[in-house]
Design a protein. Structure first.
Lengths: 170, 484
């Protein structure tokens, strides 16, 4: 292949990380529509409530470029199923979530759902209002009652040695 | 599809202008990757689409065994073509003797630019594996391809852009600990093979550093504190086979926390498989990066692992506790510029890589190395092969494998003076030969004799260490010697 042709082709070549992880996306794509929607994502990633952040174009699904961005945003040394975006990914992707207020609300509920599950798994007490909100993915988190429950959950997580997601209940 | 930035296109032009000569060499080590997780080695789980696509255009060596079950020992054998016991004391603190030439040193003599990007651990600078590499970087301790692939590709770009180096061939070594514990890798891929509802004891173990040390003998153990030392060699000699320890100590102080149920083992294996998928994704990124730079069309690219991993077989997890096929059988894929794919059956050794690379680049393999060049097999013919492949490990282990069977011998240093007697007289179903499989007496005798012959050729073995009569007596009492 001539150097010139090689150079021209280089201009049209895909991102290596996107190319590398594109085949992996098919493992998650249960309905084979070429994308990973939230249900497919949450089936395996209950411990990483970052779908809203990873969905950069807010179309409700992750394509190959978004999966590549998600891979780049998560340093495996720091991932423990809880802290991924609290420690590494938030900076990389938070600014890209756009001005969608619902995205942040969904993110907070997802983070709390995981935190509540972790606390419960380690024998801690999860306040009722958060159990309801976490389970149903509904409910307001702005009331005085829910703020008190958040503080209680935070205390339980701290007592159990769990990290607390940044920006929640502060 | 995103376009590649213009500077990269210019670098590709420069790479394409490099003169012909000895080929560059790219050596990729995916630490702790089991061969049986690749589709190219029979897996139907679909964990490694990138590795399988690469294998389809490579020569795949079917049954390759590492010469050691620990990263520093195995990479030392890989880089020198010698057994670890020839290079130093086979123990966790091993560092290879500087007198044995390495692959990087040999290629540097022939004008190669040499660079290694490692994930640390035993490949951190200071353990001696960096010898011969002009660049040796560890971007992150106990890291991933996440940390080593980007700087490796950047090094290629810098090499191509530097007029003083662009005409020189290169040896590029890229290493990853992705499939080494801690297995847990970022979601979604790292968790794609696990049950999201699982909350058993393996949930915490899979998230802890060195958590697998707590999984042994089919039990989950607490951290070693007041409990027994879980040293397999000591246990095998003084306290009976490892397998029964948990049963004897269940319910007692210092005993195990809980028996490992099948669901627990499935979860751990799922974390490992998720790590395999994650590593495969980054491997695909590396190959794409090599292809974009024109390297795949002109380099010899070798992909391997330094050892495997036990995932509950024989009640053990990890890779430093045994020399089973799970611990030692590794993938070996050799991609030549012409890119033709084929499969080579039969037993081979990782220490064959050094003489193979030497022959491919036109270099002379160093004297004293014990590998056999695979070039005849790469060219479609046949070449010499090892009748028996030997491996070693800390905790006083060694194994001998042939097409007919394997002897896995534990509890004795390879240079212990009583080893010949033990090999000649110990019962095959006794504690000395745990994990061995031989179909008949003739195979057993052949492997024993071959091991003794091999041992006699090792420089360390000729020295002869003093024996400990108390230890020998203890071994006799525990049935290690057939004659009582």
């Amino acid at each position: 292949m001539s150097p010139l042709l090689l150079g021209l082709l280089a201009c049209a070549r895909p991102d290596p990380v996107e190319a590398g992880f594109a085949p992996e996306l098919s493992r998650l794509d249960r309905n084979a529509d070429g994308r990973v929607d939230e249900a497919e994502y949450l089936r395996v990633a209950f411990a990483a409530p970052v779908f809203a952040q990873a969905d950069l174009d807010h179309d409700g699904a992750l394509g190959a470029p978004e999966l590549a961005a998600l891979v780049r945003a998560q340093d495996p040394v720091y991932f423990d199923g809880v802290q991924t975006f609290a420690q590494t990914g938030t900076t990389a992707l938070a600014g890209q979530a756009g001005a969608d207020p619902d995205a942040r609300q969904r993110e907070v509920r997802d983070l709390l759902r995981f935190e509540a599950e972790e606390v419960a798994a380690r024998g801690g007490v999860v306040p009722d209002v958060l159990q309801i909100a976490a389970a149903a993915n509904t409910g307001s988190l702005d009331s005085a009652e829910s703020r008190a429950a958040l503080a209680q959950l935070h205390a339980e997580a701290t007592r159990l040695g769990l990290a607390w997601p940044q920006g929640i209940g502060e | 599809m995103r376009a590649v930035p213009l500077p990269l296109a210019l670098l590709a032009l420069l790479a394409g202008c490099a003169p012909s000569g000895p080929p560059p060499v790219v050596l990729v080590s995916i630490d702790t990757l089991r061969a049986d997780r690749l589709g190219a080695y029979g897996s139907t789980a679909g964990l490694t689409p990138n590795l399988d696509r690469f294998a389809a255009e490579s020569v795949v060596f079917d049954a390759v065994y590492a010469q050691a079950n620990q990263t520093n020992l195995s990479h030392a054998s890989l880089f020198t073509g010698r057994y670890a016991s020839e290079l130093g004391s086979v123990a966790r603190g091993f560092s290879p003797s500087p007198t044995a030439p390495t692959l990087a040193e040999v290629l540097a003599v022939y004008g190669y630019d040499t660079a290694g990007f490692t994930a640390g651990g035993h490949l951190t600078r200071g353990f001696g594996l960096e010898r011969g590499f002009s660049t040796w970087e560890t971007p992150q301790e106990l890291g991933s391809f996440f940390h080593t692939v980007p700087p490796a590709l950047a090094w290629l770009d810098a090499h191509a852009a530097d007029p003083a180096r662009a005409d020189r061939p290169f040896l590029l070594f890229v290493h990853s600990y992705d499939t080494h514990e801690r297995y847990l890798k970022p979601a979604p891929l790292g968790l794609a093979e696990t049950d999201p509802a699982y909350r058993g004891p393996a949930f915490a173990v899979g998230r802890e550093a060195n958590g697998l040390e707590r999984v042994m003998d089919g039990w989950f153990w607490s951290r070693v504190g007041g409990g027994p030392r879980l040293d397999p060699s000591r246990l095998r000699i003084h306290d009976g086979p490892v397998r029964s320890l948990g049963q004897r100590m269940a319910g007692k102080p210092g005993g195990p926390e809980a028996p490992a149920q099948e669901a627990d083992l499935v979860y751990l294996r799922g974390l490992y498989d998720g790590a395999v998928t994650y590593a495969d994704g980054w491997f695909g990124a590396l190959v794409e990066g090599l292809d974009q730079r024109g390297v795949l069309d002109r380099a010899v690219v070798i992909v391997l692992s330094d050892h495997g991993e036990s995932l509950g077989e024989e009640g053990l997890f990890g890779h430093s506790n045994s020399l089973t096929d799970a611990d030692l059988r590794v993938p070996l894929l050799v991609h030549l510029p012409e890119g033709a794919g084929r499969r080579v059956e039969g037993e081979f050794a990782l220490l064959d890589v050094l003489p193979t690379v030497a022959e491919l680049v036109g270099a002379t393999a160093p004297a004293g190395q014990r590998g056999q060049s695979l070039v005849p097999w790469l060219r479609g013919g046949e070449g010499p092969r090892h009748e028996v492949v030997y491996s070693e490990g800390p905790h006083r282990m060694l194994s001998a494998r042939s097409a007919a069977g394997r002897l896995v011998f534990t509890g004795v240093d390879v240079n212990a003076p009583y080893l010949p007697e033990l090999l000649r007289t110990a019962a095959l179903d006794g504690p000395a030969f745990v994990d061995s499989h031989v179909p008949d007496v003739a195979t057993q005798s052949a492997l024993r004799d071959a091991t003794l012959t091999w041992r006699s050729t090792l420089p360390v073995a000729r020295g002869g260490a003093k024996s400990d009569p108390a230890l020998v007596n203890k071994m006799r009492q525990h049935g290690y010697f057939e004659a009582q």
